[in-house]
Design a protein around this ligand. Sequence first.
Ligand code: C5P
Length: 317
Amino acid sequence: MTEPLDEEEYERPRLGSAGPVRVRVPAKINLHLHVGPVRGDGFHELVTVYHAISLYDELSARRGDRLTLTMEGEGAGELPLDDDNLVLRAARALARYTQRQPLARLHLRKQIPIAAGLAGGSADAAAALVACDALWGTNLGRDELAKLAASIGSDVPFLVLGGTALGTGRGERVSPVLASGHSWHWVVAVANGGLSTPTVYRELDHLRDYGAAPPSAGSPERLLAALRQHDPAVLAAALGNDLQPAALSLRPELRHTLDAGHAAGALAGIVSGSGPTCVFLAADARHAESLAKELVDRGACRSAQPAYGPVAGARVV
Ligand code: C5P
């Protein structure tokens, strides 16, 4: 079920396309998220293991005489289409970097919920880089796009890359974790409403100031070793997220979601990134299907769907 992470296909030089160029981009979860102290620039030093899962947004890019963005699907209408929008910022950053005008008509079909801890906005920015690179024929290649991506957001380089990867710095320095071809099966349990990432990081700082935060997830060694074993029970015991206590402090009802997943037979459940989405590890695809249904039947979340990972990053389809 794993999609091949086909570097060659992506790296092949392309001429500028008349469009439309369609790019599919996945959501991410963090299998391990160690948050260090806050730095001078306001970001926290991280050691994380990113994992791209089969829940996708799609961005299409056509030639145009201006830069425009339209949107449909999950959360459309809630996201401002102004200059702060990450998609538009990504398109402008690529245009500046390649010294051309940012001319494109972009259309986003969203399935990844926003402010959910799944890096949906960062995913859309990664999609914009890959789509405009193909539309404009700038042919930067994945590594250079990932470098440019770091200027747009901490998670954006990972979403250009995809797969499973170690993230350090503020999350923007990514190196792939050797792919074994093994697929892991998850249930993505989406909550009502979102959580603001900066608020969740601040809450963790407060909990730590008051000595109320549990010990950190620490080094990712155990998680990385678990990934190599291909045994979901082993992986279940190694998942960890320092932001989880902060998300639970802000949204105590997420405890109910995590408990419901456990009661329904999930091998493990954690808050995804800064939340409020919770992800549950299943034994296999069929288990993920039944778990998702059970979570919905128990009213434990707004929606629940099976997903698998790792999958490729932002890619022309
Ligand atoms: O990099 P990005 O713009 O996605 O980060 C959003 C916010 O999340 C930052 O402004 C910061 O408040 C918080 N953050 C952090 N440390 C990180 C990543 C993000 O404090 N490593």
